[in-house]
Design a protein around this ligand. Structure first.
Ligand code: ADP
Length: 364
């Protein structure tokens, strides 16, 4: 499997809408890359430019050392699996999987070998004579992948392939995709708006917002060291709690509480004395050994943990995730604090020249 090198990719649609700004990424041989971000952030546009389904407005795309920037899709040696993976209802599963090779007038024996190999990988061997309607949603999704696999492409592109499936099936398909990636050693670019898919599938995640790449890194890097307030609140569920305040004399002070900083935090924040910053704390990093009063509003037991929602000072809503079954009632008050190792500090968001809010950068 080859490398993919994406350099300074821009997309400006007819009418002047810029959907992607200066996208840069080197995908290693066999790497599973997930593009994640909210609807409209430019992830599908980026994938479609790699596929050749959208013109590249500026920048270059190199696949396996070959400049593909201007090549039509059929010459790029890539295969795309979509959210709406329409199979041909009148064809058998075998015929569906063989379809692209049949179109290319490939030798029948070669087609048979490739379809059987893909069916083996995807556990579809006993389904080959059936019609798509006789298969479950998960099996149909596997046939769609089979159609891509038989082409032996250099790169697989997936555009929200699981979003039409129910939650349980999505979970099992995620695990199948991980195994499939290992078996094929495939280079994959995968688009989703679902941060869970990104965290569980990716070797590296590309997190996007408003056409801009916000951070590229391993899942744990985005989770533990988010580059800015956007990534901090997009990755992780429930999202990170954010507090706006000021650094003063070794404390983070806001209108809700005054929190002493550790010596380590004091060093990192030394340049921000007297300045406004944002403190971020994930629900799982809220502790019950602090001095901040939290008036509980909801207690949601999830089995292995409990989501506790409450208010500080009667207004600021905070979500905590405690690793045990809790039985708090609305109206109870508990004292919370934050794990000092897992407190994140960010600069205040800024506005760009067009008035768009830019996320606040992490202070490290
Ligand atoms: P995502 O996949 O992250 O949901 P898209 O890449 O589909 O986002 O879209 C990014 C932006 O480009 C959006 O603002 C969208 O409205 C715009 N866009 C997408 N396709 C077109 C098009 N064909 N013409 C004009 N604007 C488009």
């Amino acid at each position: 499997m080859p490398e993919v090198n994406i350099r300074h990719l821009d997309k400006i649609y007819d009418g002047g809408v810029q959907a992607v700004y200066d996208f840069n990424l080197d995908i290693a041989d066999g790497e599973f890359i997930v593009l994640v971000g909210p609807s409209g952030c430019g992830k599908s546009t980026t994938l479609r430019m790699v596929a050749g389904l959208e013109d590249i407005s500026a920048g270059t795309l190199i696949i396996d050392g070959k400049d593909c920037t201007q090549l039509p899709p059929k010459d790029r040696d890539i295969a795309m699996v979509f959210q709406n993976y329409a199979l041909y209802g009148h064809m058998t599963i075998y015929e569906n999987m063989a379809f692209s090779l049949t179109l290319r007038k490939e030798n029948k024996e070669i087609i048979h070998r490739k379809v059987m190999a893909a069916a083996e990988i995807l556990d579809l061997k006993t389904q080959l004579n059936k019609k798509p309607r006789q298969l479950s949603g998960g099996q149909r999704q596997r046939v769609a992948m089979g159609r891509a696999i038989v082409r032996n492409p250099k790169v697989f592109l997936f555009d929200e392939p699981l979003s039409n499936l129910d939650a349980k099936l999505r979970g099992s398909m995620r695990r199948e995709l991980i195994l499939l990636h290992k078996k094929l050693n495939a280079t994959i670019m995968y688009v989703t708006h679902d941060q869970t898919e990104a965290l569980t599938l990716a070797d590296r995640i590309v997190c996007m917002s408003m056409g801009h790449v916000q951070q590229i890194g391993k899942p744990i890097e985005l989770y533990e060291k988010p580059a800015n307030t956007f990534v901090a609140t997009f990755i992780g569920l429930p999202p990170m709690n954010m507090f706006e305040g000021k650094i003063e004399g070794g404390h983070f002070k806001c209108d809700l509480f005054d929190y002493p900083l550790s010596a380590e935090q004091g060093k990192v924040l030394a340049g921000h004395e007297g300045k406004q910053v944002i403190l971020g704390v994930r629900p799982e990093n809220v502790t019950r050994d602090g001095h901040i009063d939290l008036a509980i509003t909801n207690n949601e037991n999830l089995g292995m943990n409990t989501l506790v929602h409450g208010k500080i000072g009667g207004k600021k809503i905070v979500v905590c995730k405690f690793a045990e079954w809790c039985n708090y009632k609305a109206g109870d008050t508990i004292q919370i604090g934050f794990d000092p190792e897992m407190m994140h500090f960010f600069e205040m968001p800024q506005k760009d020249e067009k008035g768009n809010e830019l996320p606040g950068k992490a202070i490290r």
